[in-house]
Design a protein around this ligand. Structure first.
Ligand code: PRP
Ligand code: URA
Length: 210
């Protein structure tokens, strides 16, 4: 069964508290999403393998550790996932970025695909799917399915800022091999599929569309 990691780092929790406030404007919201994504990325990459290499400093030879193993790909779920990409690239500038365009049908809450573009070597990379909100889990389950079945990825992680218990269960049931990283697990979903207390519509708040 996949693992759920909830990051309770004080900086993440502080920034999240401001993110949730209804009075937080677009500019600050966008910056906070990016900063939280960067801090979460730092925590979620603790298990990346390293290898020992010998280098020369200006003074002497030194045994140092560098990242080893497979390269990373960040895959934002459009639109809101885009807000997390810059923060992650600040830490992993050489990561490639694939995009999955999904929106929730407002009636059925089912995900509908409208765009998909991946790096050519995506199957060889460790994939981190990013989306600020994990609500019913429909979008994340579909995104994991694309990455594994359509693109042949063998290592997929999911990073969301706020998750509802329903979404976590859905991803764990459909994809027991996918670990989930979140900054908060909230109480529930409301009748419109919004996370309670949540932060409202992440895409609209990032892009100022409402
Ligand atoms: C939001 C959010 C997730 C999805 C979560 O996107 O960014 O992708 O809903 O809901 P789910 O877990 O029930 O699938 P939305 O469909 O509002 O699209 P947007 O990012 O374009 O605003
Ligand atoms: N998508 C959002 O943007 N917010 C929610 O609370 C649920 C889905």
């Amino acid at each position: 069964m996949g693992i759920i990691h909830v990051f309770d780092h004080p900086l993440i929790q502080h920034k999240l508290s401001i993110l949730r406030e209804e009075t937080t404007g677009v500019k600050e919201f966008r910056s906070l999403i990016s900063e939280i994504a960067m801090l979460m990325c730092y925590e979620a990459t603790r298990d990346l393998p390293t290898e020992e290499v010998i280098i020369k400093t200006p003074v002497a030879e030194a045994k140092v550790r560098r990242l080893a193993g497979k390269k990373l790909a960040i895959v934002p779920i459009l639109r809101a996932g885009l807000g997390m990409v810059d923060g992650m690239l600040a830490l992993i500038p050489s990561a490639k970025v694939g995009h999955i365009g999904l929106y929730r049908d407002p009636e059925t809450l089912e995900p509908v695909e409208y765009y998909c573009k991946m790096p050519t070597d995506i199957a060889e990379r460790d994939v981190i799917i990013v989306d600020p909100m994990l609500a019913t889990g429909g979008s994340a389950v579909a995104a994991c399915e694309f990455m594994k079945n359509k693109y042949g990825c063998r290592s997929v992680k999911l990073m969301c800022i706020i998750a509802a218990p329903e979404g976590i269960d859905a991803v764990h049931r459909a994809h027991p091999d996918v670990d989930i990283y979140v900054a908060a697990e909230d109480e529930c979903l409301n009748d419109h599929g919004y996370i309670v207390p949540g932060l409202g519509d992440a895409g609209d708040r990032i892009f100022g569309t409402k």
